[in-house]
Design a protein around this ligand. Sequence first.
Ligand code: FAQ
Length: 317
Amino acid sequence: MNITENQASESLANFEHKIAEEQKIEPKDWMPEAYRANLIRQMSQHAHSEVIGMQPEGNWITRAPSLLRKMILLAKVQDEAGHGLYLYSATETLGVSREEMVSALHEKKAKYASIFNYPSLSWADIGAIGWLVDGAAIVNQISLQLTSYGPYARAMVKICKEESFHQRQGYNILIQLCEGTPEQKLMAQDSLNRWWWPSLMMFGPHDSESANSQKSMKWKIKRQSNDDLRQKFIDQTVEQAEFLGLTIPDPDLRWNEERGHYDFGEIDWNEFKKVISGDGHCNRDRIKHHQQAHKEGDWVRAAMTAYATKKSIKNVA
Ligand code: FAQ
């Protein structure tokens, strides 16, 4: 073994030791290229999801039924923009630029969460997004607080706190609708019918089909499997639906005493595959809208860069 090979194996041993000891990997630490690439993939897709996720809810800001609801929704959507920013910044520490990540999204090389390709058709959908979509996101993100990459783990702590407020505001909208007129309750049920299955898809394919899980679990990027997280979400959500007096649209859903979990029906994986390959209800609109907003923001980025450049020239002088 020459010196370089020696150094490489020492670096790898050091990295693996840190992972085994539950220590965080930090930006300047040595890491295997495949670890870096896998993190860039997952974290940038997570960031894109937060930002694209603003669209179905943003759609209802002007139509919120009261000033209070408008203020709450506005704050929530702004939080999602903030989550996108923390996650883009955390991903940049891995040596990729924001522009590269955004280009990958626009060129459809990078994915974002399938759920945001479904339309928000009624006010009850804003309740369902908070309750189910943020609810599913929290289950996943609590687990990611323990991810091995330091900047990602720390971003998750703040994000989870905000997501719990989001989940509560959504559930609160549905409580009000379910305690309202029969028409309002029907609206809530219709919303649950449309958002239930796509929410379960948020956790990704079954473990046996999950291409990235094995290496992500080995490196502690992911701490719990897709199926385990999905089961956790279902177990905690069924009672919440019962409290609302709503019916989960799954005839196979029943408590399994032996497993200590709910059994549930099979997800429509063809629909999932269609949506993640760009052919869902809203994929084209979502990307088109993002491209347009990005283009319209060109002058802001140019102005910011010009200001930063001027400031650094002044500092040097
Ligand atoms: N949608 O090998 P796996 C939120 C892709 S944040 C689209 O199992 P992995 C907040 C996957 O990328 C929601 N694509 O993948 C909010 C891979 O393709 P690739 C976002 C999906 O990474 C609320 C392929 O399938 N949260 O909602 C999906 O090990 C309200 C094979 O899958 C996160 O991103 C999907 N659902 O596990 C905002 C959490 N599932 O990349 C606004 C972080 C799988 O090889 C309003 N991410 N794919 O081309 C993760 O935990 C993981 O990436 C998983 C997928 C669990 C999503």
